[in-house]
Design a protein around this ligand. Structure first.
Ligand code: MN
Length: 236
């Protein structure tokens, strides 16, 4: 199984890249920042669709200032380099752990982390596929137990970061990362992510991160996670 990690990294890159591109329609023309897929994908729902858990005001600031800003910064940082046309995944994997490329890594990773964050939520939530549900039962006992583990990771992350559900070496795992760090660099496939940077909730819940986490848990898009769990479609 010595090639598992590398294969998973490549698979994860395809899957998350597909997510980033999936809804990229008219909004891409409105945000031409770098070469595809280095452009801000459209929100998959209206800005007020997640209220009251996440207000339209929070979504607006988060998406048009923070998320868009990472793409703007990245475009400036990679302008005139071979990375100007590289995928976010390729930039992340190539810049990770290199002290002289920290700014590039941080902005590329934050761009992709937010792509997946918006895709991890859906108004009213959704249900996992039978296959994902079976894996959840196998690895956590129940979906409620998984949600509790995810909430614990989100609440327990010290400072800015992310709480993730990932598929890693054939098992589902809950992990937390700091700042821009992503499990992509460890070979895991991200399935869902919750942003726990303060900008994700401070306008709505102020310092009460636990309230934010509880509020977003029913909005998780388990159907989308199921698609990522299944992997990209195979060629006929
Ligand atoms: Mn954020």
């Amino acid at each position: 199984m010595d090639t598992t990690n590398r294969r998973d990294v490549l698979r994860a890159a395809v899957v998350v890249g597909g997510v980033a591109l999936a809804g990229a329609g008219p909004a891409r023309a409105a945000a031409p920042l770098g070469a595809s897929p280095q452009s801000l994908p459209p929100l998959p729902y209206a800005p007020d669709a997640l209220a009251p858990a996440i207000s339209a005001r929070t979504v607006d600031f988060h998406y048009t200032k923070h998320h868009a800003g990472y793409f703007t910064n990245l475009a400036k940082l990679v302008a005139g380099t071979p990375w100007a046309t590289a995928s976010l995944e390729a930039i992340i994997l190539a810049s990770a752990g290199k002290p002289d490329q920290t700014a590039i890594f941080n902005n590329a990773a934050q761009a992709l982390n937010h792509n997946l964050y918006w895709q991890s939520l859906t108004p009213g939530g959704s249900a996992p596929s039978a296959a994902l549900n079976a894996a959840i039962t196998r690895d956590f006992g129940s979906k409620a137990a998984l949600e509790a583990a995810l909430a614990t990771a989100a609440k327990g992350q010290f400072g800015s970061g992310w709480a993730w559900l990932v598929a890693d070496a054939g098992a589902l795992k809950v992990v937390a990362t700091s700042n821009a760090a992503t499990p992509l660099t460890t070979g895991a496939t991200p399935l869902l992510v919750i942003d726990v940077w303060e900008h994700a909730y401070y306008l709505d819940q102020q310092n009460r991160r636990a309230d934010y986490v509880s509020a977003v848990m029913p909005l998780l898009d388990w159907a989308g996670a199921s698609q990522r769990f299944a992997g990209p479609p195979t060629a006929p």
